[in-house]
Write a protein that binds this ligand. Structure first.
Ligand code: ASP
Ligand code: MG
Length: 403
């Protein structure tokens, strides 16, 4: 029998009746597969615990904080184990430390360092369904947590350690979509994609999986399937690249609305200028995403880059403070931009995708402010007001509504 790890998120275990529902499905499947279930806390429990912590302390001790916020999962796993037993199957529920999940000591965003699987393997052999608390582990006797959304990573890590056949992440959508269905009603569920594509999709704002879980899955080659908790379907399978000719060139369109653009005008076009601008920005711990420099006929250059909106004010302050060194004429900056990206490993072997993307946007009279490319991604920065138009046009252009 195959080992399958199944992770259920907060909304799919938000009530006793939903937990009983899941128990029923798991018990049914347990005649074909050996099952390990990883759970998140019920509904909005973790948010509630975080807000309680904030009420008691401005700056809680990370160990106290982890002890508190990890408690939600202890509730959901115990309830599921009870519900499974009620249906006549044997099960066992483990917190992170009981399951042997060891982490480093970076409380509140710890990383899993080791999982001892002997106990779980023995339980599975004895026909028990094993239920494990996600989001938590142990370091030196203290409970740690893996960062918000961390139970995805727990599930993938357990699947890797058990060499499971598949890690199934159940959520409230039917899978990963070609783009956000709220923006483009032709968005379609993708049947399969590679780890790289998923990393780009989740890094660019489609928040189906915790980013770290995809990195983990890729590193240990764990097939991950994202699927709906209460609607039947095959979901989206995320796995190693294995392309065939019928595969689509483009897998999806992601966008990021949390960027802003800063243009520094009239700097000297001489060696060292990029360093003199980006040095102080980096020193202030501000991450720069895209960078463009254009040189005018007067020998002066304009230097434009994007930073996350949360760093916008800080970046402007740094630039104003360093005006003398940077030696520029003026600065113009805006938060009203977005980044739209076309993603697909099929791009690797195809020229001309960028050209097709740019002409499509040109036909829609959408101005491109900046461009960046990687092997499997082309990103453009455009005005925020054009977002919906651009995504719809590109979705059409690359025929993403079709399989
Ligand atoms: N319960 C935790 C959270 O809300 C972990 C998770 O849901 O994955 O962040
Ligand atoms: Mg989640």
């Amino acid at each position: 029998m195959n080992i399958i790890v199944k992770k259920f998120g907060g909304t799919s275990v938000s009530s006793a009746s939903k937990i009983k529902n899941i128990a029923k499905k798991i018990v049914e499947e347990s005649s074909q597969n050996r099952i390990v279930v990883v759970l998140s806390a019920m509904g909005k429990t973790t948010d509630h615990l975080v807000s309680l912590a904030q009420k008691c302390s401005k700056n809680p001790d990370p160990k106290d904080y982890d002890l508190l916020v990890s408690s939600g999962e202890q509730v959901s796993i115990s309830l599921l184990s009870m519900a499974i037993k009620e249906l006549g199957r044997d099960s066992v529920a483990y917190t992170g430390w009981q399951a042997g999940i060891k982490t480093n000591n970076a409380h509140t965003s710890a990383r899993i360092t080791q999982i001892s699987t002997d106990k779980i393997k023995k339980d599975l052999k004895n026909h028990r369904i094993v239920v494990v608390a996600g989001f938590q582990g142990v370091n030196n006797g203290s409970i740690t947590t893996l960062g918000r959304g961390g139970s995805d990573t727990s599930a993938v890590a357990i699947a890797a350690a058990l060499n499971a056949h598949e890690c199934q992440i159940f959520t409230d959508v039917e899978g990963v979509y070609t783009t956000d269905p709220r923006l483009c009603n032709k968005a379609r569920k993708v049947d399969k994609m590679t780890y790289e594509e998923m990393l780009e999709m989740s890094g660019l704002g489609s928040k189906v999986l915790q980013l770290r879980s995809v990195e983990f899955a890729s590193k240990y080659n764990v097939p991950v399937r994202v699927m709906h908790a209460h609607v039947a379907g095959s979901g989206t399978l995320i796995k190693k690249e294995e392309r065939s000719v019928e595969d689509a060139l483009i897998t999806g369109i992601a966008f990021a609305k949390d960027e802003s653009e800063i243009m520094i005008r009239g700097v000297q076009d001489s060696p060292g200028i990029a360093a003199s601008i980006l040095g102080p920005i980096g020193d202030a711990d501000i991450e720069v995403d895209m960078i463009v420099q254009n040189v005018g006929s007067d020998g002066l250059a304009d230097f434009t880059f994007t930073v996350s909106r949360k760093d916008f004010n800080k970046a402007i302050q740094v630039i104003e403070k360093n005006k003398k060194n940077m030696n520029y004429n003026d600065v113009s900056a805006t938060k009203n931009i977005v980044k739209v990206s076309l993603i697909g490993v099929g791009m690797r072997s195809h020229a001309g995708i960028a050209g097709q993307m740019f002409s499509c946007l040109a036909r829609k009279k959408i101005n491109i402010r900046m461009i960046s490319t990687s092997e499997i991604k082309i990103s453009v920065v455009i005005d925020q007001k054009n977002l919906e138009n651009a995504v719809k046009a590109l979705h059409n252009e690359f025929k993403l509504e079709r399989k």
